[in-house]
Design a protein around this ligand. Structure first.
Ligand code: HEM
Length: 275
């Protein structure tokens, strides 16, 4: 049982903004929601977009930490960062609930305000796809007018993905990763290789690789959540606007379906045929 005197929080801050507002920039944060119509669904749409953008940025930070740990052969550090990121991914996928009931009539009532704006132009999301190994030089083009973003994404495109860094760890542990997968043109999308699958088979079936197996399973947890986000997006799109073309200029659902099918960490799935 709790004992002792109960004290209320401080109530008075004089002419100053509250320390809470000052610390977390709360005024600036709320000022960012500027729906253009009076439709309340638009407010949910703007908040959902901004919440997801913030989480994309957080996830990039967490995956970059995992990557740095992998490069230093700190597998505990990498596993910790990936595990933390799983929670962020769960919140991200759950954020679709904010739009779960959006009807075509509601979406249609503010869609014109978007003009050509589309989540497709999200550079924070593109960083994540590059980190997952889904590389495409064409995806840099939208940011020609945003030099800082363009430079950052160019670096990410030409750097190893999380999975590439994991394969380098396997190599340093003496597993047979082909040279073509240790030093290659990182701007190219990942190509699966039978030797890589064999290396994973050794990890899963031989003693002494428990930490690498744990890492493999964490990568699959990561992939599952990335796929879940893509699928929830697809479902939200289908429900809110059917198969109409997207504001970003694509054919909509059919384009998104193809994008959502991009495989992640392929040999971690195919090795299961052999286990
Ligand atoms: C129900 C509301 C939404 C609809 C109808 C919708 C529709 C679409 C469509 C049609 C595309 C394909 C590109 C285009 O032609 O525009 C797209 C791409 C995309 N959207 Fe959405 N979207 C919605 C909500 C969101 C939200 C809230 C986010 C969060 C930031 C988001 C992020 C993205 C991303 C990242 C892509 C690119 C996907 C990729 O490259 O694989 N979307 N969206």
């Amino acid at each position: 049982m709790m004992t002792g005197k109960v004290t209320t929080p401080r109530l008075s801050f004089g002419p100053e903004v509250t320390p809470y507002s000052a610390y977390a920039r709360i005024d600036a944060l709320h000022a960012l929601q500027r729906p253009r119509t009076g439709v309340s669904a638009e407010r949910s749409f703007v908040v959902a977009t901004q919440v997801m953008e913030l989480l994309f940025g957080l996830l990039r930070h967490e995956w970059t930490q995992a990557q740095q740990a992998l490069r230093a052969d700190d597998l505990d550090g990498a596993a910790g960062a990936l595990r933390h990121a799983l929670n962020t991914q769960d919140v991200l996928a759950g954020s679709w609930d904010l739009l779960a009931t959006l009807t075509p009539m509601e979406f249609g009532s503010f869609r014109d305000e978007l003009g050509e704006a589309s989540g497709f132009q999200s550079y924070a999301y593109r960083y994540l796809e590059f980190l997952l190994g889904n590389k495409s030089a064409a995806m840099l083009a939208p940011y020609i007018g945003m030099p800082e973003v363009h430079t950052g994404l160019t670096v990410a495109l030409g750097s190893p993905s999380l999975y590439d860094d994991v394969l380098a760890v396997l190599h340093r542990r003496g597993l047979p990763i082909p040279l073509s997968h240790l030093d290659r043109d990182w701007t190219r999308p990942y190509e699966p290789h039978a030797e890589v699958q064999k290396a994973w088979q050794i990890v899963y079936t031989s003693p002494g690789y428990g930490d690498l197996m744990e890492l493999a399973e964490l990568l699959l947890d990561t992939a599952e959540r990335a796929i879940r986000w893509r699928q929830r997006h697809l479902t939200a799109v289908r429900r809110a606007m059917g198969a109409k073309p997207g504001t970003g200029g694509s054919s909509g659902l059919s384009w998104l379906r193809r994008a959502a099918e991009q495989d992640l960490f392929p040999e971690l799935w195919t090795v299961r045929d052999e286990l």
